[in-house]
Design a protein around this ligand. Structure first.
Ligand SMILES: *Cc1c(COP(=O)(O)O)cnc(C)c1O
Ligand SMILES: [Zn+2]
Length: 412
């Protein structure tokens, strides 16, 4: 880890030497990995990246806290497409919009970036078993990436997790504990079990390496845009690890001289569960909320990474916006219809937030925005059908088809 200096607590500032098993500060604060940016800058440039043929998150190794001798993980994680979404931009009345489709990762969510990192660190730690609790995607990404690398997994998910994600867990051979309770209950049970059995801990916000994996989405966005920063980057927020990672990625690039300005973040939460955005809006400390949204991946009433997330939003001079479940379902249809991208509810919540922020006048129509789609809609087909409806059902003959078209005013 040539360029890693150590880690620093975001709460009390205490500094630590990193080991693969490092978790949180003794004060309970979350650690942030520190780099020698001058050395990165000296040894490594955008032009070097331009020559790289590693089309995965591991192309950014100088910016990642892994040993030089550590092999990358077997599944191809990262280097997801960044689409210029002109049709969608036009519908939204926005000058320039890009969609970063992270649902194209191997287990179909951005969480693969964190889980691939967890697998490398577990290997460095000499562990053979990895555990986590999750609203669903951290779980399925860990199960998949761990399976490919030969690890056992114990996974705790709330019983409400969508079937697609549970199916992934079962197929990837995880031991799945479906907890009859909230995400908060699920997290606490996993914590007790991890303490009891000493498994490698991939719990969000406990393990400082995970957001370092997630930040690769920002490194990619920057590189894919030719190092020209957009005005805004929009994404959905639950625990807050993703937005913290996204911000860390841009800060790293800025500190290493790869980019010359930082984008502002658009933090999007569900109206029925927005403890972090509410804290920003009211200027008061965050307090728990009910987990009242169909966007299961961001139904997080007690966020695990509030300090880093709030800091990311504030220091980016960010925008916060909350969207209703109806607006989330509408964004699923909109992204699908205009861009051919099928996101799960939390996956499209960022895009729903861009639309709402424009409507509310929080961002200017002249802006350039990147909207990150964080998870694939095939994980949750029930909500896909809820968003777009069932198709027409016809008898196999032409008269029936004509009648069905006439009834729906379809004129081919
Ligand atoms: C986990 C997740 C998020 C939110 O990430 P946090 O780190 O919990 O804020 C958003 N969208 C999807 C699809 C996710 O799986
Ligand atoms: Zn501390």
């Amino acid at each position: 880890m040539k360029y890693v200096l150590g880690a620093k607590c975001v709460k009390c500032g205490r500094e630590y030497t990193l080991t693969p098993n490092t978790t949180t500060c003794s004060c309970g604060g979350i650690l942030d990995v520190q780099y020698d940016y001058a050395a990165i800058r000296r040894d490594f440039s955008p032009a070097d990246l331009g020559r790289s043929r590693d089309w995965s998150m591991w192309r950014y190794r100088p910016f990642l806290p892994v040993e030089e001798t550590s092999a990358p993980t077997p599944l191809r994680v990262g280097w997801s497409p960044l689409y210029k979404a002109d049709r969608l931009a036009k519908e939204l009345g926005l000058k320039t919009l890009y969609v970063k489709d992270d649902g194209q990762n191997p287990t179909a969510s951005l969480k693969d970036r964190a889980s691939a990192m967890a697998v490398v660190k577990a290997r460095e730690a000499g562990a053979d078993t990895i555990a986590c609790s999750s609203t669903g995607n951290a779980a399925s990404s860990l199960a998949g990436n761990a399976a490919a690398a030969g690890f056992q997994t114990y996974i705790f998910v709330p019983a409400r997790a969508p079937k697609g994600k549970v199916a992934q867990l079962r197929i990837f051979g995880a031991t799945v504990i479906s907890v009859d309770g909230s995400y908060e209950d699920t997290f606490e049970l996993s914590k007790a079990a991890i303490e009891k059995w000493g498994w490698y801990n991939r719990n969000a916000a406990i393990n400082p390496y995970l957001s370092e994996g997630k930040k690769t989405v920002s490194l990619e966005i920057a590189e894919q845009l030719g190092w020209q920063m957009p005005d805004y980057v929009a994404l959905s927020v639950g625990d807050g690890c993703t937005i913290a990672g996204v911000w860390k990625g841009f800060q790293d690039l800025y500190a290493a001289g790869f980019i010359d300005r930082l984008p502002r973040l658009i933090s999007v939460q569900a109206e029925g569960c927005c403890p972090l955005n509410r804290a920003i809006q009211t200027g008061r400390p965050w307090t728990p909320m009910e987990e009242n949204t169909l966007a299961d991946s961001i139904a997080v009433g007690v966020p695990r990474n509030p300090d880093k997330a709030l800091n990311a939003i504030r220091s980016s001079n960010g925008v916060v916006v909350n969207v209703s479940d109806e607006e989330i379902l509408a964004a699923m249809r909109l992204l699908g219809r205009t861009q051919g991208v099928f996101g799960e509810p939390a996956g499209v919540t960022g895009t729903a937030g861009v639309k709402k922020a424009l409507e509310l006048g929080l961002i200017s129509p002249d802006s350039t925005v990147v909207s990150i789609v964080t998870g694939n809609g095939l994980k949750d087909v029930a909500n896909g059908i809820k968003a777009a409806g069932e198709p027409m059902l016809v008898k196999p003959d032409m008269d029936a088809l004509l009648a069905a078209f006439a009834q729906r005013r379809i004129t081919p």
